[in-house]
Design a protein around this ligand. Structure first.
Ligand code: CU
Length: 437
């Protein structure tokens, strides 16, 4: 028996798969054919994607799932590595590299025990490969250019095929010129559901953390940067470009965090104590789990956290390195905290004297950085950039950027769209008082 919801979901998936193929005008990818191999295999017939009832699909905020089809019992995907245009947040667009038209690449989702096949087409200007990060694969499928396979040269398509032996949260990314290719946006998440889940969740989110250097006034990410990144992203979006995580009160929630950047990110969730239940190395036994409110997500790893969303509200979810919740921050300036550039004796008005030489000069920073968020209308930044901190909330600027998003938990959700701002019950919000009163 098939429910209407499942029928609709299946139709959408297969429709999307067909639409992608049609839009690109692509023939079925052929077997890559090194000289020693026979000619390319015959194209495989298109088949509608099956409805897999064994798992609740994950949600990739600001992202999409990669549609697949089943050919002779094998789940088949097609990844295309290619130059793309990407918007990090309103005001900041860049030429990047991505998979199937986007960064973060589409999320791949399968089930433990599945036989999977990937056709990978290289439309980049340089060779590439795909490494299936954390997934146990035969050595020749590991995707390390030069070590386990020939490079996928521009214009070529390679086939990867293996059986998914263990469930978990994994990632995929190139293993050729990684600094350039990951620095330009080539990465994605790969979720393997257990064949027999022990505890189901109601909402299962996927967040991939990454970092970029986009020099102020320029557009293209600079992949040569090693430590000093200025755009910090969740699924390649910087706040206020990040979509909220929408949950109904009482739902069981898992958030799967991946990190393909060059820094560790301590991800902090307000309002809840959660358990860290898995890494990309496997499930953590219940006896070894820690209750946490901040989970460090090390470079090149994943962490699953789980909790029951029993407290309604707008709960911040963000990296706790405070410079990772800023956008396009320059810091080659002297420390200006407490430096008063105004005149007090009518003679030594430093701000006015500098402005005589540099008419656009404006003294900032004496009292902190808040004015960057508060006076945006007066501060015209360079073209193609986002404010260092911002995001308008119901009570003013959030003064946040980068790796920041909001978990929105509501009693009365009708759909899964952004429900707007939380209205706390009367008497449950901090307010101004007269200390003398
Ligand atoms: Cu961080």
């Amino acid at each position: 028996m098939i429910s209407r919801r499942e029928f609709v979901a299946g139709s959408v998936i297969s429709g999307a798969a067909l639409a992608v193929g049609a839009a690109r005008g692509e023939a079925q990818p052929a077997e890559p054919s090194p000289a020693a191999q026979p000619p390319a295999a015959a194209p495989e017939p298109a088949a509608p994607a099956p409805i897999d009832k064994r798992y609740e699909p994950v949600i990739t905020p600001n992202g999409v799932a990669l549609p697949y089809k089943v050919v002779d019992g094998v789940k088949v995907w097609h990844l295309v590595a290619e130059p793309i245009e990407h918007e990090f947040a309103p005001g900041l667009r860049s030429p990047c590299w991505g998979y199937n038209g986007r960064t973060t690449g589409p999320t791949i989702e399968a089930v433990e025990g599945d036989r999977v096949r990937f056709y990978v087409t290289n439309k980049l200007p340089e060779p590439t490969s795909v490494h299936w990060h954390g997934i146990i694969v035969p050595n020749g499928m590991d995707g390390v250019g030069g070590l386990t396979q020939r490079y996928i040269r521009p214009g070529e398509t390679f086939k990867y095929e293996f059986t998914l032996r263990y469930p978990g949260t994994f990632m995929y990314h190139p293993h050729v010129d990684e600094m350039t290719q990951m620095g330009m946006g080539l990465m994605g998440m790969f979720i393997i559901h257990p064949r027999r889940p022990r505890r189901r969740v109601d909402r299962d989110f996927v967040l991939l953390l990454s970092e970029w250097m986009i020099h102020v006034g320029s557009t293209r990410p600079d992949p040569r940067e090693m430590t000093d990144f200025n755009i910090l992203t969740i699924n390649s979006k910087a706040f206020p470009g990040t979509a909220p995580l929408v949950v109904r009160t009482g739902e069981r929630v898992r958030i799967r965090l991946g990190n393909l950047s060059m820094n560790q990110h301590p991800v902090h969730l307000h309002g809840y104590s959660f358990q860290v239940t898995a890494t990309d190395g496997g499930t953590i036994p219940p006896s070894a789990r820690w209750p946490q409110t901040t989970v460090p997500v090390p470079v090149g790893s994943t962490r699953d956290i789980r909790f029951t969303a029993d407290a309604p509200g707008d709960w911040a979810l963000h990296c706790h390195k405070s410079h990772h919740t800023m956008n396009a921050m320059g810091h080659e300036l002297p420390n200006l905290i407490g430096v008063d550039q105004r005149a007090h004796d009518g003679q030594h008005d430093l701000e006015a004297r500098i402005r005589a030489l540099l008419p656009s000069y404006r003294a900032m920073g004496r009292d902190g950085m808040s004015e960057h968020a508060a006076h945006l209308e007066h501060l015209r930044g360079p073209r193609n950039t986002v404010p260092m901190m911002g995001g308008e909330g119901p009570y003013g600027s959030l003064e946040m950027g980068g790796m920041f998003t909001v978990l929105k938990v509501r009693d009365d959700l009708t759909g899964r769209a952004d429900p707007g701002w939380y209205v706390p019950p009367p008497g449950s919000m901090a307010y101004r008082v007269d200390p003398g009163g």
